[in-house]
Design a protein around this ligand. Structure first.
Ligand code: PEP
Ligand code: MG
Length: 555
């Protein structure tokens, strides 16, 4: 038996056959290099051909009713229009007698390394897209056909890494786990595995060899372990773990359809946090009572051009239709700091977390206060929608947002387009300032949603991205809890709902504190809805008074 350790990227355990896959590696041109102009012309022809292929792949995947997956091809097509990338290849051609293939390879290396060196895990994962689209160009330049990876029967797929286009084209029925040498927790591979609910381990390193192909293997996606030819003992343990997980999942099913109410009648709405249509489907499957946070910036982070009104409108409308009458709270763009979007390049800042992000960006670049709000208000004719604004620190910011919303409604009305004029407009409480002035903000907001991730970062002056200070980043710090309490009290006095959508909402040791504080909704990852409902239903909140000097809930 061989035990290999990587990073657990999607939980679950499974046993099965290992299927090793190596992407073809290209090396240097095998033909005489032409003049720089001839090579550039070949490059432009390859771009045109790739554009055609990607449009076709997009269409085919949309017709398979997989619009979310199809987006990968649209993103790649937009990458082919990226002026920086195009210019880099054209400039590399001719340098040191470089042909087009070598120039594409080098540009892929440069751009993928740039993405990898970024702080944000999300941006790091974009390096896979650059490599993917460059491989497509190389295939075209060499006249090779694109052969989608075909799996013979349900297998554990082992690969160096999977390109986004490869993951999208995989036959999901034949995939029971994914293990990769490279990748990250945030990579397409991890996202695909989590969405499919199968285990995944990434970053195993250069240890998976072709001799392992076809061998029996076991995977634990929580601990990040891969066993090749596991012993009977390991198989037994894996089997037990799988049974336990299945049993737990089964046991949680009994909470589907039940009200989220404590033993003594305190009720709370349990919503899901999402970033895509697929996430909305998972929310429905897990019996979420609505969406408490739709992170709308995700559609911008992966695009090289800002999505247009029509595209956004279709996405928002589809989300509302998927939620089938349940409410959906869309958060306006939260770009900046750790979430940089190539389509909205921001000048470098000394302190980006305290700089041009979220509502500040929208109030500065006023075109952002038109496209997305227009799409949201148009979608409001198709379901129960609410809009909330991130990073509010002052009352005037909310007032400006209200003015922009009214102006959008006026325009839509004048154009004869349907919209709901009474969409609730909420404030995120994620700066200490917002919590401290929550009584004033409650006059401008129809609801509050507390973002504990940022509220913790700004209250404790502890960067949420910096792993080395995780000891100092404590979302259960008494200062954070007092601010939560303060916002909840202001909301209750003004008669508006107060929810929590930061990660702390899913901390089951805090549920009694939240209920006792008058929090009206908790928004968590879909997989946490049923465990949270189980917790709520087990509690007696009564007149419990939390000790705000302790750093955790009651226990
Ligand atoms: C938060 O800050 O708690 C939050 C929900 O927003 P995000 O994590 O997207 O910044
Ligand atoms: Mg936040």
């Amino acid at each position: 038996m061989l035990t290999l350790n990587g990073i657990g990227a999607s939980p679950g355990t499974v046993e099965g056959t290992l299927f090793c896959y190596h992407r073809k590696v290209y090396s240097g041109p095998s033909r005489p290099v032409g003049s720089p102009e001839q090579e550039r012309e070949r490059f432009r022809a390859a771009i045109r051909q790739a554009d055609k292929q990607l449009r076709q792949l997009f269409q085919d995947t949309v017709s398979d009713a997989d619009e979310d997956c199809a987006q990968v091809f649209e993103i790649h097509r937009m990458m082919l229009e990226d002026q920086d990338y195009l210019q880099a290849v054209e400039e590399l051609i001719g340098k040191g007698n470089k042909g087009v293939e070598s120039a594409v390879e080098e540009a892929a290396r440069i751009f993928s390394n740039t993405f990898l060196s970024m702080d944000s895990a999300y941006m790091q994962a974009r390096s896979a897209d650059v490599i993917d689209v460059s491989l497509r160009l190389l295939r075209i330049l060499r006249g090779e056909e694109e052969k989608p990876l075909t799996l013979p029967y349900p297998v554990i797929l082992a690969a160096d890494d999977l390109c986004p286009s490869e993951t999208v084209q995989l036959d999901k029925k034949k995939l029971i786990a994914i293990v990769t040498a490279e990748g990250s927790r945030n990579s397409h591979t991890a996202i695909l595995a989590k969405t499919m609910g199968i285990p995944a381990v990434v970053r195993l390193g250069d240890v998976i060899t072709d001799e392992m192909h076809g061998k029996h293997a076991a995977v634990d996606g929580s601990s990040g372990t891969l066993w090749i030819e596991p012993t009977e003992e390991i198989c037994r343990l894996i089997h037990e773990k799988t049974m336990d997980l299945d049993e737990r999942r089964q046991q949680l099913m009994q909470y589907k359809g039940l009200p989220s109410v404590s033993r003594d009648g305190v009720s709370v709405k349990l919503f899901a946090n999402v970033g895509s249509l697929e996430d909305c489907e998972a929310a429905v499957e897990n019996d979420a009572e609505g969406i408490g946070l739709f992170r709308t910036e995700f559609q911008y982070l992966s695009a090289s051009a800002c999505p247009g009104e029509e595209e956004l409108f279709r996405l928002y409308r589809n989300a509302l239709q998927t939620m089938d009458g349940r409410p959906v709270i869309f958060r306006t763009l939260d770009i900046g700091a750790d979430k940089q979007a190539p389509c909205l390049p921001l000048p470098p800042e000394e302190n980006p977390a305290m700089g041009m992000r979220a509502v500040r960006l929208c109030l500065t670049r006023t075109e952002l206060l038109r496209t997305q709000p227009r799409a949201l208000y148009r979608a409001s004719a198709f379901g129960r929608i609410a809009i909330m604004v991130p990073m509010i620190a002052s009352v005037w910011e909310m007032q400006e947002i209200r003015k922009a919303a009214s102006s959008v409604c006026r325009d839509l009305g004048a154009e004869g387009l349907a919209y709901n004029p009474n969409v609730p407009l909420g404030t995120m409480i994620e700066t200490p300032a917002a919590a401290l002035i929550s009584a004033d903000l409650a006059k401008e907001a129809d609801f509050f949603s507390i973002g504990t991730n940022d509220l913790t970062q700004y209250t404790l002056a502890a960067d949420r991205q910096n792993g080395s200070i995780h000891l100092f980043y404590d979302a259960r710090h008494p200062a954070v809890l007092r601010l939560i309490r303060m916002a909840a009290e202001s909301g209750a006095k003004a008669g508006i709902p107060v929810g929590i959508c930061g990660d702390l909402a899913a901390d089951l040791t805090m549920t009694d504190f939240f209920l006792a504080s008058g929090i009206t909704s908790l928004s968590v990852p879909a997989s946490m809805i049923l465990p949270l409902r189980e917790r709520v239903r087990s509690l007696t909140v009564g007149g419990w008074e939390p000790d705000l000097n302790k750093t955790s809930g009651r226990g």
